[in-house]
Design a binder for this molecule. Structure first.
Ligand code: NAG
Ligand code: NAG
Ligand code: NAG
Ligand code: NAG
Ligand code: NAG
Ligand code: NAG
Ligand code: NAG
Ligand code: NAG
Length: 551
């Protein structure tokens, strides 16, 4: 049982700064070993960086470490995690151990994992100095490499890509530690006869963006070359395998988890990242051709996520292609709509971007992804930039405590942080029928995890089995990394939670519906009674007169 007193946390975070682990590199993974190319500068040469944002970046990377599957290396920092799922892929004679568990369960999904890799890489490419200032670049490298090593293993042949490990029905009936994960854990692939354009293109984007990061920021061109070759091959698979179709057409079992229903924005997203990673003009031309062919400039505006990278296409295209205005026009149409809470979105009373169903299932995710795109674009147009930046900072502040719940929605950083993330391993529970109460307090603090978030009334209930509000996932923290790195680069002032000393306020319960129903029924009965009296008034008067006469 642990509680998190505010003061001791702050002290911990400040004193942890000169932790020599921050230049660690060993990942214990298969491919090209990384050398320590980012030694920590001595503290005397460091500019002053915000300590709270430094701790947030460290915590978020620590969360990804807590999601690791496979053989854990000796430098694993998460004491309650063990090497696990060491037979993954054996059903198809491939080695699919490693990678990251998707959420609070033990399933591995390629689509959201790859999407998360590309979003973390993008933020790190743009604001790498933030990672350096916080001395987190070594952890960043390990984090991205852990995911990319697995995606390499998941791509054993040019036209074979594994897209899921573990069976949803089996896994979702288990709640417990990583030492007892149920089997079998089947692996699912796309291939020439069962293609999947969306996941192949998103995989290619992950390889290409990570390649750019490793080549141009982390100084590891060997590993970058490996990643680029997978990106080219996977993109070729996406483009040439026939028919071009969403991968859930080939593997319907995934549809209940990660279904995109589109291939168009993904093909452009992959091509743009390939252009950035290789400099090969062919990919920029492909991106432009598909963009026109699929009419991406007039698609319905929706927040970016694992299922749809249209917004990412607009912003990345604006960065990469100066020969046309079409990406910029689309990006501004997109950001003008979303950052002003128009189109499918509005704002909650507390100021959180709220976009219909996608917010209902995890409200902080569309807000974060839109904030990330707004910051990425803001440098490209000085007129629009300040408005986009203002929007993004407002969402970051909300996320970090400036909200009606006085809650930073990051686990383990404040006494008001979510205490019940939906995470089997962290909770310490083993009873799937009593997830909320067994144990009453989570055994392990899942530092750095972003939870789904509050409801449309800004209320947050902090209940473990409320997956909309309390779920954690790889793609929830992916934009967060970029937002925090941005704050570190701009030397932002402290996040709001550092000055919050009040506990999270109780939620004002709305008047229950059944009580309203009873009141309405009573009123109706009363009206009927009055109407009856009125209707029978002559008879009543008559009756009273007769009674008097009888006296
Ligand atoms: C499978 O891959 C993992 C992670 O890359 C590695 O640690 C392990 O040694 C591999 N297992 C075999 C049998 O090759
Ligand atoms: C990468 O190499 C360049 C040139 O040698 C150097 O300036 C830069 O600091 C290095 N970056 C890292 C992260 O090591
Ligand atoms: C960051 O801001 C703090 C407080 O405003 C200031 O003391 C420090 O010098 C700034 N650091 C950099 C690198 O600008
Ligand atoms: C990073 O976060 C973990 C978990 O909160 C903590 O144990 C560690 O000391 C932190 N390290 C740094 C350098 O802040
Ligand atoms: C191709 O993928 C499908 C769908 O996952 C699978 O059923 C089939 O066995 C695979 N084909 C080969 C040759 O592995
Ligand atoms: C650029 O990419 C295309 C498509 O993959 C390829 O055919 C061509 O050889 C590449 N060009 C260079 C210079 O690598
Ligand atoms: C794109 O728009 C053009 C003109 O509005 C239309 O003719 C074409 O069918 C559209 N293409 C797609 C793929 O929707
Ligand atoms: C595009 O133009 C902007 C200035 O408007 C410049 O900063 C940027 O480097 C250019 N990008 C490319 C890929 O040429």
């Amino acid at each position: 049982m642990r509680s998190i007193p505010l003061l001791s946390l702050l002290l911990l975070q400040v004193t942890a700064q000169d932790d020599s682990e921050s230049s660690s590199t060993t990942t214990g993974a298969t491919s090209t070993p990384t050398s320590s190319s980012t030694p920590s500068p001595s503290s005397s040469t460091l500019p002053t960086v915000n300590q709270a944002y430094t701790a947030l970046l460290n915590d978020s990377l620590w969360f990804y470490e807590a999601q690791r599957s496979g053989n854990l290396p000796a430098n694993n920092r998460v004491p309650w995690r063990h090497s696990s799922a060491l037979q993954d892929g054996s059903d198809n004679n491939v080695n699919l151990t490693g990678g990251y568990y998707d959420a609070g369960d033990y399933l591995k999904f390629t689509l959201p994992m790859a999407y998360s890799m590309s979003i973390v890489s993008w933020g790190a490419i743009e604001w790498f100095q933030g990672y350096q200032a916080a001395q987190q670049d070594g952890y960043l490298r390990d984090m991205v490499k852990w995911g990319m090593d697995w995606l390499i293993q998941a791509h054993p042949q040019p036209n074979v890509f594994y897209v899921q490990v573990g069976n949803g029905d089996i896994d979702n009936n288990y709640w417990g530690p990583d030492t007892n994960i149920p089997t079998p854990r089947p692996s699912y692939m796309i291939n020439n006869t069962s293609p999947g354009t969306d996941v192949a293109a998103v995989g290619a984007a992950a390889f290409a963006s990570a390649s750019y990061l490793f080549r141009n920021r982390l100084n590891d061109s060997n590993y970058a070359d490996t990643l680029t070759s997978h990106a080219i091959s996977l993109y070729n698979f996406a483009e040439t395998a026939s028919p071009q179709q969403p991968y859930t057409t080939s593997i319907p079992a995934i549809a209940e988890f990660y279904q995109t229903n589109t291939i168009q924005n993904q093909l452009v997203w992959g091509a743009l990242w390939l252009y950035r990673a290789t400099g090969n003009q062919t990919y920029l031309t492909k991106a432009s051709k598909y963009f026109d062919q699929f009419n991406l400039s007039s698609v319905d505006i929706t927040p970016m996520d694992w299922s749809d990278q249209s917004g990412g296409v607009f912003v990345l295209g604006s960065m990469l292609d100066n020969s046309t205005q079409k990406y910029r026009a689309a990006a501004e149409r997109y950001l003008d709509t979303l950052t002003q809470g128009q189109g499918p979105c509005s704002f909650t009373g507390g100021g959180l971007l709220w976009c219909g169903q996608s917010s209902a299932s995890n409200s902080l995710i569309p807000a974060q992804d839109t904030a990330l795109l707004a910051l990425l674009y803001s440098g490209l147009n000085s007129d629009k930039g300040s408005g986009y930046t203002k929007f993004a900072l407002g969402q970051i502040d909300y996320l970090l405590g400036n909200n009606p719940m006085l809650t930073p929605y990051v686990v383990g950083v404040h006494m008001n942080s979510p205490a019940n993330p939906h995470h089997a391993g962290a909770s310490g529970g083993t009873d799937i029928n009593n997830i909320n109460t067994s144990p009453p307090q989570e055994l392990n603090v899942l530092y750095g995890a972003i939870v789904g978030g509050p409801d449309q009334s800004d209320n947050f209930y902090d209940v473990r089995n409320d997956w909309q509000q309390s779920e954690v996932a790889l793609d929830y923290n992916a934009p967060f990394q970029g937002l925090v790195a941005y704050q570190l680069v701009t030397n932002a002032s402290d996040p709001p939670y550092t000055t919050i000393t009040q506990p999270r306020p109780a939620i004002k319960k709305p008047f229950p519906k059944w009580a309203i129903a009873i009141i309405v029924i009573l009123l109706v009965l009363l009206l009927i009674a009055l109407a009856l009296l009125w209707w029978k008034r002559k008879r009543i008067i008559e009756w009273r007169r007769r009674r008097k006469q009888n006296w």
